[in-house]
Design a protein around this ligand. Structure first.
Ligand code: BGC
Length: 432
């Protein structure tokens, strides 16, 4: 395996160490190294420095005692983030305005850290089944990392229109609007001036409530109407995080607000969410075209990988040959929520490692389930210097359907002057 063409390449130290660490016996290692040298290469050995090195390694394998089971057996407990980042990393001036970290705490071992940059959740810390604090969302340790290109939506409020608008165009009455196009040919999360990148004014009401407000000017990002937005975060004593959105406009506009938290209930830094059990109360979902815009058809989840009506591991069907999964490189689709009351969860996630369960409640008609397909561990500035790899978190974004302004059969996202936009979503955590 180390012979490429006629050149003998030296196995790297890490490859050798790995072999040792996983306790392959000394003799196997020697045999393996010897096997890698062909007779022809032995003849040429004097000239071949690389082969000499390999021989030296081989001799070493005979003389040095193998390391007996040195690989640390990591469990989710060793790798996950458990504390709120140092608030000093969040003291900054962005767009000429002050930015900080605000902390909510309850009397049941939960805390939530929020920055007013993007009205964003930085940490949600809840007890796991052993009572250990566990941070269940991905994020960074400072404002600068949030500002870098990469994944700019971690924990943020997205708006004025969350999700995609086809070709960044829509019409209201007799006026047409052209938005910024940022994701291929479509506008995603309102483009570069979306709310995830704006500084909100923060008012800490008490230990368990933070109010954030933002004034989006008429024309910002291409949207019509001066929009006043308020986001109220409340951490309740039963470990629920309630997000209440209100907004008013002075001109007819469109609005679709959501939170873009990336959840890993085994703790941020834990490798993948594919073993988590997921249930979504949806009989139908919205298939997409090859630019991730809904085709406009509703499709039944029955008999498809999109059937999460009973608990199923996120990864159970993700590898199936399915056109829709192929288009999104996994799940990245809006689920049409079945009729439900305010007390019925629309989705539930259970993580076996931590024992943490999250119930999602909302009054919104849709839920974008995104399985973190495009995350990559290239950047190593996640909390505590971690890189967040593909599918190391999932998003359950409560919202209206994508591209609603262009799809007359979808529930309307139009907000008229004199009317109030109001919506509530709650993420509730338990460990039983
Ligand atoms: C979208 C994904 C997108 C992700 C970006 C999600 O809301 O559905 O397509 O890649 O946001 O972070």
């Amino acid at each position: 395996m180390f012979i490429i063409g006629r050149t003998l390449t030296l196995p790297s130290i890490s490859q050798i160490t790995t072999l040792t660490v996983i306790s392959i016996k000394r003799s196997y290692l020697a045999l393996y190294l010897a096997h890698a040298i062909t007779l022809e290469q032995l003849i040429n050995m004097k000239k071949n420095l690389i082969c000499l090195c390999l021989l030296a390694c081989s001799a070493l394998a005979f003389t040095v005692k193998p390391i007996k089971k040195t690989a640390k057996q990591f469990s989710y407990i060793d790798t996950v983030n458990r504390t709120i980042p140092d608030p000093t990393g969040f003291n900054a001036t962005v767009q000429g305005q002050p930015v900080s970290l605000y902390v909510l705490k309850n009397n049941n071992k939960a805390s939530v850290a929020i920055t007013n940059y993007g009205a964003r959740l930085v940490s949600i810390i809840v007890p796991d089944k052993g009572g250990n604090p566990t941070d269940v969302i991905l994020g960074y340790d400072n404002i600068q990392s949030y500002q870098k290109r990469g994944e700019p939506y971690f924990g943020a409020i997205v708006g004025r229109y969350g999700n995609r608008i086809a070709k960044g165009k829509f019409t209201l009455g007799d006026k047409s609007y052209q938005l910024e196009s940022v994701n291929g040919q479509n506008t995603l999360h309102s483009g570069s001036t979306g709310f995830y990148s704006r500084v909100f004014a923060a008012k800490q009401i008490n230990d368990q409530q933070l109010q954030l407000t933002y004034f989006a000017k008429d024309g910002e990002g291409g949207f019509p109407g001066n929009l006043n937005v308020t986001v109220l975060y409340t951490l309740t004593n039963d470990n629920a995080l309630k997000i209440e959105y209100t907004a008013t406009t002075d001109q007819t506009t469109v609005i679709n607000l959501t939170n873009h938290a990336y959840f890993n209930l085994n703790g941020a830094g834990s490798k993948t969410i594919t073993a988590d059990l997921l249930k979504i109360n949806a009989d139908n979902y919205l298939p997409i075209d090859n630019t991730s815009i809904p085709t406009g058809k509703l499709e039944s989840v029955a008999g498809t990988p999109f059937d999460f009506r009973n608990f199923k591991a996120v990864g159970a069907d993700i590898g199936q040959t399915n056109e829709q999964l192929k288009l999104a490189n996994g799940y990245d689709h809006n689920f049409i929520l079945n009729k439900h009351t305010a007390n019925q969860p629309v989705a539930t996630v259970k993580a076996s490692g931590s024992g943490i369960t999250m119930d999602v409640y909302t009054d919104q008609p849709g839920l974008q389930f995104y399985s973190g397909n495009f995350l990559n561990a290239f950047r190593k500035d996640g909390k505590g210097g971690i890189g967040y790899g593909s599918r190391s978190a999932l998003c359950l974004e409560t919202q209206h359907y994508p591209d609603s302004p262009n799809q007359p059969t979808f529930p309307s996202t139009v907000l008229e002057p004199g009317k109030k936009y109001h919506s509530v979503t709650t993420y509730k955590f338990s460990n039983k």
